[in-house]
Design a protein around this ligand. Sequence first.
Ligand code: IPM
Ligand code: MG
Length: 360
Amino acid sequence: MSKKILILAGDGIGPEIVAEAIKVLNCLRDDFGLAIDMQEALVGGAAYDAEGHPLPESTLDAAKAADAVLLGAVGGAKWEPLDISVRPEKGLLGLRAGLGLFANLRPAILYPQLADASTLKPEVVSGLDILIVRELTGGIYFGQPRGVETLESGERKGINTLTYTESEIERICRVAFDLAGKRGKRVCSVDKANVLECTELWREVAIRVGADYPDCELSHMYVDNAAMQLVRAPKQFDVMVTTNMFGDILSDCAAQLTGSIGMLPSASLNADGQGMYEPIHGSAPDIAGKGVANPLATILSVAMMLRYSLNEAGHADRIEQAVSAVLDQGLRTADIASEGTTTVGTAAMGDAVVAALREV
Ligand code: IPM
Ligand code: MG
């Protein structure tokens, strides 16, 4: 039976980069027999403009009915004046919560062909292969109470709350250990246990879960130190597991180590293996519509989708090899261009990956 993929292009460069990922999916379907059905729906600012809400019910229902969701990006200056409850980002957060996508996998891998693209010295980043496992449906992003209230004095007070239950911590730690077992067998749990009780609990649960994985080594790091270590000596890390907000921040930092945020895919999974896949970069409104955005993070997100939700590891490998082959050919979008390479636009990059797919 065909697997159902819901495509949510979103805003900014979203539609352009997703179009290239669809070319790749079409190629796998038509030339390699991948059994998929693709359907599209609106999310983010595009959905707000059309239907008055960044996550229409029909979109959430379609996402729930799909085996996997491919998302481009959401957001842009145009929607910033809106109330926070209907901003494009709410569409994304609603999808994460609505689908129960608690495990966010953010690999930061440096392609050897792009060693020059990093702002860090090549010896610091060459061979980099980190996996950040970010908790995605809890923590301060969702904790109650939240909001802005007015005190008797008339002054306003903003409130957000960091909460984690033991079971929420346990399940994300298990994901991290399971994945670490298949790679470097080292998990670094990142917290702020010296200040925040909630993450003191996080550390305690991480230790308890770690005891079930004797073949994996568990270490702990405060988030401020982790940020520093990521830019000082990033290769010390294998898998990092952390809270929603710390993971948000550290994954941007890790992305920059690789030179281009335009290369990094991500997977957000629920307990049933259903997942949403998206590039970790945003909607980049400054370059939207110009045909220069890098589609590779989205194309690599398709590879993660095939591996984690569609049980098609062979096709996932094929995409990753095709991307590597295109980089070997010297083709680069502007964000990863360097001396001696050939700069191409979004569509040409997608076409090159499809051509390489047919060769690998
Ligand atoms: C991310 C983004 C989102 C987040 C925003 C767009 C809501 O920064 O996926 O990292 O904060 O989680
Ligand atoms: Mg972020």
